[in-house]
Structures are given as structure tokens and as C-alpha cells.
Ligand binder design. Sequence first.
Ligand code: APR
Length: 309
Amino acid sequence: MVNKITVVGAGNVGATAAQRVAEKELARQVVLVDIAEGIPQGKGLDQWQSAPIELYDSRVIGTNGYDETEGSEIVIVTAGIARKPGMSRDDLMNTNAGIVKSVSESIARSSPNAIVIVVSNPLDVMCHVAKKATGFPRQRVIGMAGVLDTARYRAFLAEALDVSVRDIQAMVLGGHGDTMVPLISYTTVSGIPVTQLMDRAVLDKIVERTRSGGAEIVSLLKTGSAYYAPSAGAVQMAEAIVQDQKRILPCSAWLEGEYGQSGIFLGVPCKLGRGGVERIIEVDLTPAERVALGRSADSVREPMGKLSI
Ligand code: APR
């Protein structure tokens, strides 16, 4: 358990993340921050009042400022506007970049030693904005995308194979968007290569569905985007850090030559522990996967040129 975890943005993803953090007792205090007056306070109070039923002692509070967040060990950033039907992640970019920049500056002032987990979209670009605005080293600015994309992929595989989600190991790398790269060569069911258990055509359909996993939820919900799995993903990363678990999870990390890429955030396997990203692991890729990862990196780099902040 750490002393304090702050969640910025008390909307669907943020409030659910705060609830998950509290229920897992990852921090003594959980601080929800939002610009909307009353919303973080009301949700924080409501969550704290569920503590005697759910039996946790994490104290959840809500606020519109950063005084209460001071000295947070971890900050989860979910502030922004959510994707609407027909809206691409890139449409969101400049609005959310302005929001993430101002939030990040406040975090750097109030919690200069925090590890920041970014969830706001478009993810890889928002990570860049957060790193620049906080001035934090790359170990302490991490994007949540790969855990979510991999969870979607694993859920679809478990369903198709009628096996436990626990037994599906997989990695989805690359940018958080249509160009993400599910690594079929590293997808196993309790160590058995998935290609031995499933027709390639079925697998290809699952890969496609994973790629548009976010859009599928948006089109069903009509208003708003996914939040149960995204919040679970962010909290899994926070838990790996708080408990110093040294978990190997696909996260968006700042690359300095790894996978032949520099100067961008991209989804890669990372070791997460108390130091944040403690190691970036470079795995062998098939030629097709390497090309796909390069294409995905291009799709992250391209919109960065259109950033107006
Ligand atoms: N500071 C703090 N909170 C802010 C700020 C800001 N500067 N600007 C906006 N917010 C808040 C909004 O008031 C809102 O409560 O961010 C919250 C966003 O919540 P939702 O609209 O419910 O969006 P949500 O579904 O939670 O998604 C948040 O995560 O997965 C991504 O694409 C998604 O970028 C989006 C983010």
C-alpha cells in the first residue's frame, strides 16, 4: 500500500479506476480530481460510503484542486473528453492535449516524485504531452493501452476457445489505435501456441475485432466510450507499481532506440515495479510484425506533427 493515489478526471474511467484502487486498498488515500464542481466530491463521498460494505480502509475524497493531491506516489490521468460515435482518436487530440498539459503541470508541482499513468486519448500522443509538461523521466510516465488491447484480445480468444481467460498469454504492441500489433507468434494458451488450437481465419477475425475493440463499444454505448476494461487496465499497472510486482505488461513507453524507434511513446513490453518502467523488453519479431510495428509508430508520429500545444 502507498500513501496516496490521485485519479484526475472523475468521469467514467476515472471514477471506476478510483473505486478499483480503493477496493484493492492500493493506497491509504485516493483523491479524485475534476474541474466539474461537486462531481469528484460527490463520487468520492459515495465511494467512501461503500467502504463499510466492501470492507476497505482506503479513504476516497474528491476535489477541484491539487492541494489534496500533494505528494501522491501515483497519478492516473483520465481527464479529457471521451470519443463520440464516428469520432476518431485523432479528432480528440488537440482538445485533450490542452487538458493533459495543464493537468500534468499541476501534477509536477504538487507531486514531483509521482509515477504518472496516462489513460486519456489519443493515448500515445497524450503520454508525450504529459512527459513534456511534467519533465519527468521516462520511467515515470507510462501509458495504459496495451494492457487494455491485450485484455480484449484475450477475452475474445478465451470465448472462441472456451477456455479460462487465465490461461491466455498474449501481447498487443504498437500504438493504441487501428494499427496496433497483436503478436500472434507470442500468443499461447498455457504455453501452447494458439495457432495449434485455432484456424488462422478465426484468429485473423479476432485480431481484427481487437483492433476495433474500442470502436465496437462506442457504437454500442452511443454516448461515451469504454470504461470498465480501461480502468481495470490502469489499476493493474498501478498495482504492479505499488506492490513492486515486476510484472511484464505491454505499456506505452518513451522509446530511445528500442525497436528501432526514438522520440515517441509506443506500446512495448515493460517491466513494472516500484520504479515505474524498470525495463523495456525487446522481443524478436517476425518480419511482418516488425513492418506492422513500424507502420504503427508512423501512425503515432504523424498526428504529433499536428499538435498545436
Ligand atoms: N482537469 C480535470 N478533469 C477534467 C479536465 C481538467 N482540465 N477537463 C476535463 N475533465 C474531466 C471532465 O469533467 C470529465 O469528468 O474529465 C472527465 C472525463 O470523463 P468522461 O467524459 O466520462 O470520459 P471517460 O469515459 O472517463 O474517458 C476519459 O479516457 O479512455 C479515455 O478516450 C477516453 O480520453 C478519454 C478519457
